[in-house]
Design a protein around this ligand. Sequence first.
Ligand code: NAD
Ligand code: 6OD
Length: 502
Amino acid sequence: MTVQALKKASASFDSARRDAAHFIDGAFTSGSTGKFWENRTPLDNSVIGRVPEGGKAEIDAACRAAKAALHGPWGKMTVVERTDILAKVADLIIARLEDFLAAECLDTGKPSSLARHLDIPRGAANFKMFADTVKNVSTETFVMPTPDGAGAINYGLRKPKGVIAVISPWNLPLLLMTWKVGPALACGNTVVVKPSEETPLTATLLGEVMNEAGVPKGVYNVVHGLGPNSAGEFLTQHPLVNGITFTGETRTGEAIMRQAALGIRQVSCELGGKNPALVFADADLDKAIEGVMRSCFANCGQVCLGTERVYVQRPIFDAFVARLKAGAESLKLGRPEDPSTTLGPLVSKEHREKVLSYYKKAAAEGATIVTGGGVPEMPAELADGAWIEPTIWTGLPDTSPIVNEEIFGPCCHIRPFDDEDEAVALANSTPYGLAASVWTENLARAHRVAAQMDVGICWVNSWFLRDLRTAFGGAKQSGIGREGGLHSLEFYTELTNVCVKL
Ligand code: NAD
Ligand code: 6OD
């Protein structure tokens, strides 16, 4: 890209800088707390705009609007009318792709090629897919005999659960928020969203789209704020909330489950991971390197499904390490608008401190630092950003925190193994159970190993690929419940059995 073209692209990103606002009952507001924080981009730490911090009053207003909307025009629509509107929401997200793209890239710093091909289209697809899914849902019916010989018929009625609290993280802000808002609305619920404090922009922008698409007021509400003792906690404790769906860290999931216990509200939790990749000597090495590279470094390692533990069968260990090192060193750090950029910064300097603490721990524990391990030198205009080097280690013990705790950065530890049983035991050795990938050309081994992974999703010779109708969620400390396709409908609806005596 020429310097001039890059400057033009940067100017269009700069025009996306704006204050965020709550979106309550169809209107934008900065609320009544008088508290704001500065939203900074991790690209260079400059201020994007101000974000209002919602308090109890904003949460209450949003929950009341959501409750009222359940029984207003939204609740009276046929499923076709409702899903037509959601299809329009999807179309409008695509029509405003450049606006969403600029907002998401400013908030997160991610390369625009990634947001263009993943975050924003998936944000739209999450509305379309669930709109299609609910049109084809049936419920069970049973005819039963009765002593008088007349019988009875039982049938299920699926009804919206009510007001759904959506608490979402910062790594894939629009994608992960709409992964919950899409099915919740398709099922006829209304939502109050508390987006991550790090990434408030696309949730706000979606309010404009909702109005434009004709979504009735009160159906989609957004209140910005922090977690504990702020909008997040107030939302999960609000008595009008009927269900809570959360994506984020495991420790936050524990807090949210405690909050959900008040009033017995159902909760769905998609939590952290420490995902393994198992690379067998019979793998197609080119494919394995390409897949493991993406799973370690995409989105600067800030993907819950990403790989931080790589286990490689001994005969190919050295070759694998050398090739992954070359791959990591070929990544190009830079501004999102530059098409040659393949790696952005971490989401914030605060998160970089956390990731760097693991980099330091690895060095202190005597890891071999294959590549990276620190902060890169960036051009002066980006020097104040949250940049970090992609990093590979070998040689740490299996008990090391680097091998057991979620780091959420562009890094992995690689360790050799000798046979299948050892690989399976290593893969299952952490308290997490979100995802795994298995790389082998031996079909029987692929199925055998996949069946032994204690995870919600296991890939064979791929990563991140998924039909959205399938179950998504984590085992062990990586989550509770499954979302995706019909599984989402289980969470977002209440099932009433009607038994009619004939
Ligand atoms: P986080 O848990 O710090 O925050 C997530 C959200 O919860 C934010 O909106 C935050 O404000 C809110 N929150 C925090 N404390 C709260 C409380 N007590 N009550 C209510 N809300 C509260 O997570 P993060 O740092 O934003 O995201 C990264 C984490 O998310 C990583 O652990 C990653 O693995 C996980 N994640 C999991 C999945 C998945 O599908 N399993 C997907 C993406 C991210
Ligand atoms: O693709 C999805 O639907 C999904 N929930 C991805 C999660 C990615 C975690 O960072």
